[in-house]
Design a binder for this molecule. Sequence first.
Ligand SMILES: [Zn+2]
Length: 384
Amino acid sequence: MFALFRSHPDGLTKTEVARLAGLSRTAVNQRVEALLGHALIVPSSQDANTGGRPADRFDVNRHRGVVLVADTGATGMRVALADAVAGVLDERHVPIDITDGPVKVLDQVTDRFAELLAGHPRSEVLGIGLSVPGPVDAASGRAVNPPIMTGWHDFDIAGHFAGRYDCPVVVDKDVNAMAFGEHRLTHPETPNIVFVKIGTGIGTGLIVDGRIYRGSDGAAGDVGHIPLAAAGVSDPPVCRCGNTGCVEAYAGGWAMVRDLRELGHEVRSVNDVVRQAHAGNPDTIRVVKRAAGIVGTAISDIVNILNPRKVVVGGQLAAIDDVLFASVRQSVYGRSLPLATRNLSIVPSTLGDRAGVHGLARLVTDTVFAPDRIDGLIRGRAQR
Ligand SMILES: [Zn+2]
C-alpha cells in the first residue's frame, strides 16, 4: 500500500486508499497506522493547498532519510544527495579519471558523499546508487569487461561501501540510469522509451513497460558495439572494445575526433567537435551527419524490435541538435516499419547531464521502498 502513496505525490486520504487498493476501511486504518508508526508517511502539511482537510490526507515522508548517488563517466562524475522521494537536495560535478581504477575513484565518491551529507548522520542514508560507463552484470552489480574502465572488471562496487554505510547499494550502467531519469521525470506517461546517448561512446537504455529492460544478464541495448555492415567499407575501423566495425567505431564521438584529425583538423575532444559544428565547419558538419545517419541505422533496428513511443537522444553530441536530429530522424524513419514509426517521436533529452543522478535517485528509492522490504519492515516491528 505504501506504493500507492509513492505514486500519488499529492497525497491520499484513507477513503482514496480504500478505493484504489480495494481494501476495507479497517484494513486501511491498520496499514496507515503501521506506515505512520514507521514514519514512512506523514499527515499532509497544514499549509498544503490541497483543498481537503489536512489531517485526513497523508503523504510519503520525504524526510524519512536520504539517498546518495554518483553518476560516473570517463572524465567526470555528478554526485547528489536526494530525499526519500528522490528529490535532489544538493549536487555537484567533479572531474575524475575512470581509468584510475575502482579503489581511487570510489574513494573520491565516498569523500564527496561525506561532503554532501554534512549535517546528516550516516544512519539516515537509506540507499546508495552508482552508475558506471560500461556493461554491468545485473545480478552482481559488477562491471564486466568494460572497454574504457581499466581495472574495474568484476570489482565488488557495492562491497566498497559496505563498511561505511549499512544500506542497499544499487549499481547500474550509466545509460540505464539516464533512461530511467528521463522516463520518470520527463515522460512518465510513456512506458516504452529508448534513450540513446551519443557522447564519446554510444549507448542505449531501454525502458519497457515503465521498467529498465536489462535482458537476461544486463547486456541489453549495447548498440554501440553491434557490428555494422557499412556498405563499401573494406577495412572496418578498430573499436575501443577490441572488435572491428562496431557502430561506435564509425559514429561515436571518439570516432568523429579521429576522422576530423585525419582531415587535418585540430580536435582534442568531443567538445571540440561540438564547437566546430556550431561554428559551421563544413567538414565537421559532414562527419556529424554521417555519424548521425549510422546511429539512426542502429536506432531503427531497436525501433523495429521494441516499437517504442519515444526515442530520447542525449549525450554531449545531442547539443548539435539541428544537424544531428535531422540525420537521425531521416535514417530512422527511412528504415523502420511504418507501424513502428506511426506514433514515434525522436526528441532531445530534457535533463541533459543531470538525467543520470535523477534516474539513480529513483532506482534507489524504488529498491529501498520495494513492497517486500516495506512488508518486512512492518512485520518485523509487529513481531517484536
Ligand atoms: Zn566495439
